[in-house]
Write a protein that binds this ligand. Structure first.
Ligand code: FES
Length: 172
């Protein structure tokens, strides 16, 4: 079986669309500089976006509303797990008394383990490195977490509990 064509017997299309392989793979200094500049600009824009996002995320972020549960679904001291604002964002809602509900992101601000509600100590606890968060405002009570838990802004509409945004406690 022949693997190579003799030099003089190249297909017709190669004569008509001749491409010099060495030229095709050659990258000029100008092209390389252009690539570096564009890559650097892309990285710069990404960093500006991250900075702006972290800056604005210290206030309340409004997201599309989502029905979480009915008030009667959760007994006093009970929890309800849900996802907000996207299906990737696990959250935990706690009914603190007959009329009060609070909800936080379930992702620990240290290394993202899932926090849970420790009813007997009335706080949110992270099992990974014993990080504890206040049930009142999500602030750090103890441990390595560097920031409070993002809080889900809730509204009660008759029996319906609705999530309307996220907020982060301002650190002083
Ligand atoms: S991941 Fe929560 S304390 Fe470390």
């Amino acid at each position: 079986m022949k693997l190579f064509r003799p030099a003089g017997k190249q297909p017709l299309w190669k004569d008509e669309f001749s491409i010099n392989r060495a030229d095709e793979q050659y990258v000029s200094r100008r092209q390389f500089t252009k690539f570096l500049v564009l890559t650097s600009l892309g990285m710069f824009a990404g960093n500006v976006w991250i900075l702006a996002r972290s800056w604005f995320s210290k206030g309340t972020l409004v997201y599309p509303e989502k029905n979480i549960c009915r008030a009667t679904d959760v007994p006093v001291g009970g929890v309800w797990l849900f996802r907000y604002p996207t299906e990737k964002d696990a959250c935990i809602l706690i009914r603190t008394d007959e009329e009060s509900f609070v909800a936080y992101s379930q992702k620990c601000t240290h290394l993202s383990c899932a926090v849970y509600y420790a009813r007997e100590r009335n706080r949110l606890e992270c099992p990974c490195h014993e990080g504890y968060f206040s049930i009142k405002d999500g602030s750090v009570l103890q441990g390595p977490p560097p920031r409070p838990l993002p809080r889900v802004v809730l509204e009660r509409r008759e029996d319906q509990i609705v999530a309307v945004g996220m907020t982060v406690l301002q650190e002083t």
